[in-house]
Each structure stands twice: as C-alpha cells, then as structure tokens.
Design a protein around this ligand. Structure first.
Ligand code: DAH
Length: 339
C-alpha cells in the first residue's frame, strides 16, 4: 500500500508537469484527490490494515495529499500566469495611438432661438401650452371664425388627412384648446410645427414653426398688446429696437394688425433685405374676436384678450444672418456645427 501511495504521488506529479492549462490541472486534482479519486480509493482500503500499520499509512496518505495539493496550486498559478502573458502578447496595445475624438452634438439654431423667446415670455408671466399637429378642422379653422366656405382658408394651403382632420396650418388652434380647458386669467405661448403645402424655396417650406400667444383677462386692451409685443421685441433685439403696427385682417381678431421691426440692415432707409420698405414683418396679432371667446364659453362682455402669432424661422434667420430657410431642415453638419 505504501508503494501504491508513492506511485500515485509520482504519477500525479508527472501528469501535473505535463498539464498545459489550469483546466487540465483542475481535472488532475479531481482525478487524484477528488471524492472518487485514486488517493481516496486507496484510503478506503485502510480498514483491512493492522492496528500498527494504520496510523503509519494514514500519516503517509495525508502527507501525500498535502504535497499534491500544494503542487497543484503552484502549477495552476504558473499556468495562469503563462496564459495571461500569452494573451497580453497577442493583444497588441499601442499606447502612443491618438485617442478617439468624441463629437458632441449641438443644439439646432431653431431651438436656440425658441429658448430665447420662451425665456422672455416666461419672464412676463406666460406659461407654455401645447397642442396636436394633426388637428381637427374645427380647432384650426372653424372655431377661429373660418367656416368651410371662408376665403381665408385658401391662403393656407392645407394638407388634409380627411374631411375633418388636417395638419395644422397655424398654432392658433392652441388658443381654442386652451380656452376650452382653462378659464381666465390666461397667459400662454404655444410653440410648435405647422404645415402648408408650399413649394420649397429660400423663404418657403411645407414645415415651419410658429409661436402662438394668447392673453385673456378682465380689462385687457390694445395697449397691453402693444406694450407686451414691443417689450418682447426689445428684449429680443436690444433696447433700441423699433416696432410699428400696421392694420391687417385676421378672422379671429378684431381689430387685427401686423407688427414690423425696423430693418436691421438699413435702419429704416430701405434696402434689398427689406425690399425697400425699411421695415420687416415679425408677427400677426389682434384683439381676440368676441365670437371666438363666446365659442369657448368665455363671456366677451366680461373678458377681453389679445393674441399673436410669430414665425420662428424668421427670427432665427435674423439672429444668425441666415438667408435660406432650407438650411434649417437639410441637417447639413457643416451648417449645424456653426451654432
Ligand atoms: N395665425 C396667423 C398666421 O398663421 C398668425 C396670427 C395672427 C396669430 C394673428 C394670431 C393672431 O394669434 O392674433 O399667419
């Protein structure tokens, strides 16, 4: 039995030296020292030994087990290190290579300008309201005093989805949705996309952006309208910005006006940019038509209001000196990276 034990030790040690991986070393541990291993099998025969032999063999078996365990541990460590350096050698890492540059995104110029506009109106106590782009004819036209036969509809080149559903041509629809939900005092702006089936050119796009404004309360007058919009313009373009109001017509306001700002290129002299006018149109506005209020269950004898609609692209073009509307929508990185 003693020789058998010594044999096991020698064979195990030889096999271990031949093992090429830590997994193989582990297999050997199981084969020799495991529950069903060779050494264990021998120990199970110890019952047949005499009382003198038993402790001697027992001691020997334990010594062998311990030294094999140690050997296996060492071999595993050696093999592990060898595997690691083999891997490191294979994975060439050139620490002198330049790093990969991360390209950070930028905000779109329309969003930059929208932030500015929102900031100004929030500062004046307005809230931001939203409405759907796919909208009922009722909110885009009908409730704004434009029944099916109204000629003003023709100017808006509407995309129809069905008889009663359209892509909104103006954010004015949000006025109605707001007044249906909220009672005065109301002070909201509502920025968003609008759609008109226009041919694309430097000043037309089938998709563009408006910012609608609505104020309804007791005793709101045209003076509030002018003061609010003139203040807005000065906050946007600086304290010297000049504005003028021209009479106009919108079916949902009475009276109605368009507001111009003095041409920033020629200071009112008249140039190519303002087509000789000296002024550039910035927005449409007016006092909310009593019929529009009435439709939303707001009593026009008690409340009055003003509304306005601003074209966002126009402001951004002036802010950044952009002369072609198409640049906003083409997403050419050379353009977008400039902001
Ligand atoms: N909806 C008009 C447009 O698309 C802009 C506008 C004019 C909005 C007058 C208003 C307003 O709220 O009162 O051109």
């Amino acid at each position: 039995m003693k020789t058998e034990l010594q044999n096991i030790k020698v064979r195990a040690a030889e096999a271990l030296m031949a093992a090429g991986t830590t997994a193989e070393a582990e297999q050997l541990r199981v084969a020799y020292l495991g529950k069903k291993g060779e050494l264990t099998a021998i120990l199970k025969q110890m019952g047949g030994l005499s009382a003198e032999e038993r402790p001697v063999i027992g001691q020997l078996a334990n010594d062998i087990r311990e030294s094999l365990e140690e050997l296996i541990q060492e071999r595993k460590a050696v093999l592990g290190r060898a595997a690691m350096s083999a891997r490191l050698e294979k994975e060439v890492l050139d620490v002198t290579m330049p790093g990969k540059k991360r390209t950070a995104g930028k905000r779109h110029p329309l969003n930059l300008v929208l932030d500015e506009v929102e900031e100004i109106f929030l500062g004046m106590g307005f809230e931001v309201a939203e409405g759907p782009e796919v909208e009922l004819d009722y909110y885009v036209f009908e409730a704004l005093n434009m029944p099916k036969t109204h000629p003003a509809r023709d100017t808006q080149d509407t995309f129809y989805i069905s008889e009663e559903v359209v892509l909104r041509t103006q954010t004015s629809s949000v006025q109605i949705r707001t007044m249906e939900k909220k009672k005065p005092p109301i002070r909201i702006i509502s920025p968003g996309r609008v759609y008109r089936s226009d041919e694309v050119d430097a000043t037309h796009s089938p998709l563009f952006h408006q910012i609608e404004g609505l104020v309804v309360d007791k005793g709101v007058t045209m003076a509030d309208l002018k003061g609010t919009l003139a203040t807005f313009t000065r906050m946007l373009y600086g304290p010297d910005a000049r504005v003028r109001f021209r009479p106009h017509h919108f079916p949902y306001t009475e009276p109605s006006a368009e507001m111009d700002t003095m041409c920033y290129a020629c200071q009112g002299e008249g140039c190519r940019l303002c087509k000789g006018e000296g002024w550039i149109e910035l927005l449409g506005c007016g006092m909310v038509h009593p019929e529009v209020l009435r439709r939303c269950n707001i009593d026009p004898d008690v409340y009055s209001g003003f509304a306005f609609g601003i074209g966002l692209e126009r402001i951004a073009m002036r802010r950044y000196g952009i002369d072609d509307l198409r640049l906003f929508f083409e997403n050419d990185l050379r353009f977008l990276r400039q902001f």
